[in-house]
Design a protein around this ligand. Structure first.
Ligand code: NAG
Length: 404
């Protein structure tokens, strides 16, 4: 049958069919390749990027990072600039506020008299950060205090957190296009607690928790007991806690060493903790509004930002609570410590930045070898033993003192 039909079709007709088929194939091929090119030129689509990777940038994937520090604590500002620059992070200072300088008229409506001094100053510094957020042109702001430490792999810690928030089983709302395209931490929250010192979950809803693997979390004996307790409450056995973090809706965060806010978060905070009043210290106030359902966020436990502690007076900025006989610092930065962190950035920084030039010379040109060489060359060099490197009160110092 087929053969018969074929034999009836003229060779000219076959040629026409083949040529038109080729033309159609060629045309569709060209169209397919023209469309993408034009969209590259117009600068849209096609350039696919994963916002989670932005957590490796200088602001850890946030619009900006600020830190709060009392102007008189230049020691802490030095540490923060040093640590940030070493870790490849960009920080901007928001000066802390002395609560005693705040006018009575500037206190929120009906603020009780016990909210004064350093409690009021602390609130004001945070409120200034919220205001800064509203005046700025980005989606998120990370607010840190000036005595923090974090893991050397902080960027990886934040990337893992970002991936969880971009596939978040605890979400109440669908992802928006804007979040999918640009938001490393998504944007369905008012605040993200990443530096609380005590934690808590809603006791009625221990089921609303999401646990994920993160091998930067240290062994359980290096984690503060409050966080161990929370991880147990969401169902982890003690031997499962190392290497895991949990995301839970914020309930009772204490301390404000590290938290991020969105624009809506900044608006709600200024509304509830300035425009409408202020009843408690700022972290307790945040917890209260969260429990009332007026503020919403997530807590990361254990938190990646932790307090660096050196012992003594230097650990607190609350002069009112200080014992005048307390020593300035017991351990000092050289022996300070931080909990919940596997490899402390502050410790690693000291190790990395300290260098002994003379030891390097000794490695490259050992004294014994150089002595022999110089002797062979007929030189008579006077090599002294190494302990003289320790600086003592030498002759010049004594002369200076006599001159005074
Ligand atoms: C880091 O990434 C975030 C999110 O994409 C962005 O808003 C921010 O500007 C970036 N920071 C820097 C320093 O490029």
């Amino acid at each position: 049958m087929n053969m018969k039909i074929m034999s009836k079709v003229s060779p000219a007709a076959v040629r026409i069919v083949i040529v038109s088929l080729l033309a159609i194939i060629l045309l569709s091929f060209t169209i397919d390749h023209v469309r993408p090119l034009s969209s590259i030129r117009s600068g849209t689509a096609l350039i696919s990027s994963d916002p989670s990777q932005d957590t490796h940038n200088a602001t850890l994937g946030f619009g900006e990072i600020v830190y709060l520090s009392m102007p008189r604590r230049s020691d802490r500002q030095d540490s923060m600039s040093l640590l940030a620059s070493w870790a490849g992070i960009k920080l901007n200072l928001i000066p802390g506020v002395d609560g005693f300088t705040i006018d009575k008229e500037a206190k929120p409506d009906n603020t009780p008299d016990i909210i004064g001094g350093s409690v009021l100053g602390c609130w004001r510094a945070h409120a200034n950060a919220w205001r800064h957020m509203l005046e700025a042109d980005y989606d998120t702001l990370l607010i840190l205090e000036d005595d923090i430490d974090f893991d050397v792999n902080i960027k990886t810690v934040m990337e893992r957190f970002s991936k969880q928030l971009r596939n978040n089983p605890l979400r109440l709302t669908p992802y928006t296009d804007h979040e999918i395209r640009t938001a490393p931490y998504a944007l369905d929250w008012d605040m993200l607690f990443v530096g609380q010192c005590i934690d808590g979950i809603n006791p009625h809803r221990p089921d609303i928790a999401h646990v994920y693997e993160d091998d930067t979390v240290p062994p359980v004996d290096m984690i503060k007991s409050d966080f161990v307790r929370l991880l147990a409450q969401v169902g982890l056995q003690e031997d499962e806690i190392a290497g895991k973090r949990s995301i839970t809706p914020t309930w009772k965060p204490t301390c404000t060493m590290g938290y991020a806010i969105t624009k809506r978060g900044a608006q709600r905070m200024l509304l509830h903790m300035s425009y409408l009043g202020l009843n408690h210290p700022v972290d307790i106030e945040i917890a209260e509004h969260t429990q009332l359902g007026e503020l919403f966020g997530y807590n990361l436990t254990p938190p990646p930002f932790s307090a660096w502690r050196v012992g003594g007076k230097k650990d607190s900025d609350n002069k009112a609570n200080q014992d005048p006989n307390e020593p300035m610092s017991t351990a000092g930065n050289r022996n300070g410590d931080s909990l919940n962190i596997r490899v402390s950035a502050r410790k690693a920084m000291v190790h990395d930045l300290t260098f002994d030039t003379w030891e390097a010379y000794e490695k490259k040109w050992p004294v014994a070898q150089r002595k022999a060489e110089s002797k062979a060359k007929g030189l008579n060099l006077d090599f002294k033993p190494r302990p003289d490197l320790e600086w003592k009160d030498d002759e010049e110092d004594k002369e200076d003192k006599e001159d005074d």
